[in-house]
Write a protein that binds this ligand. Structure first.
Ligand code: KIV
Length: 261
């Protein structure tokens, strides 16, 4: 196993994670970020789906496999898509297919109380699992219905229990999505595996964002509060495209420099 000690709180420095669905992006991230996630967010981000429920094993295999080829330094994480881990038998069969084709260091599963036995089963087969709790997008047909969790005592306690159980059953890390800062702090303090947050405050042991959001690739998509644009790629790319278009129309491109003789 590669530098999985990055997921050990004793070794611990804050963990950085971004998504990549293609080799070119994975290449930019490799070695510059601790974890690279081939997330099923590719359904909405790349394929224009309304949610992640339409993401298939084939999609994850295709993107996971090409991304795997270029990653040499960072840890590789792959999402198990919707309905592929409903029972132990399917979960193991599909996990093995993903592991064989994409060679990730870890698989990420969206976990609720019922799914804990699946997590336990996969861990017993020596598969490294990240338990994704809090808002679990595979449960939403309509992302507009997503609400922040951990505001009430009941929600807070349920999430804490789920995190503790995930740890007890052998998860290597917990991904916390869209939960309040207090709840993220409570969970992070009370477990010994790292928490990686998305919309889950600075109190997590690490952070994850969708790469396309980081660079503002699709400015028309409604952005959640937790998204920070580190670059306005959309603006820069639009400028380049307009310039190219103008030069083609004016017959300025290609000039001699770009011409074979
Ligand atoms: O699928 C994904 O990209 C994710 C992140 C949003 C954490 O699960």
């Amino acid at each position: 196993m590669k530098n999985i000690k990055i997921l050990n709180k004793n070794f611990y420095k804050p963990i950085s994670c971004l998504t990549a669905y293609s080799p070119s992006i994975a290449n930019i991230l490799d070695g510059n970020i601790d974890l690279i996630l081939v997330g099923d967010s590719l359904g909405s981000t790349l394929y224009g789906m309304k949610n992640t429920q339409g993401v298939t094993m084939d999609m994850m295999i295709n993107h996971g496999a090409v991304v795997n080829k270029v990653i040499k330094k960072s840890l590789k994480v792959l999402d198990m898509p919707y309905k592929t881990y409903e029972n132990k038998k399917d979960a193991l069969k599909n996990a093995k297919i993903l592991l064989n084709n994409c060679k990730p260091d870890l698989l990420k599963l969206e976990i609720n109380k019922k799914k804990l036995e699946i997590l336990k089963h996969l861990v017993s087969k020596k598969i490294n699992i990240i338990s994704h709790i809090g808002v679990t997008p595979q449960n939403y047909k309509n992302f507009n219905k997503i609400k922040i969790l951990g505001k009430t005592n009941i929600e807070r306690n349920n999430l804490l229990k789920l995190a503790k159980e995930s740890e007890r059953l052998g998860a290597k890390a917990i991904l916390l999505e869209c939960i309040t800062a207090d709840t993220a702090k409570l969970i992070t303090k009370n477990i010994s595996i790292p928490t990686i947050g998305i919309g889950a405050s600075k109190y997590c042991d690490g952070q994850v964002l969708v790469f396309d959001d980081l660079i503002n690739l699709s400015p028309n998509n409604k952005k959640p509060k937790f998204v920070k644009n580190y670059l306005n790629f959309n603006k820069i790319a639009s400028y380049a495209v307009k310039k190219y278009n103008r030069e083609v129309k004016l017959k300025k491109f290609p000039n001699l420099k770009f011409t074979y003789r």
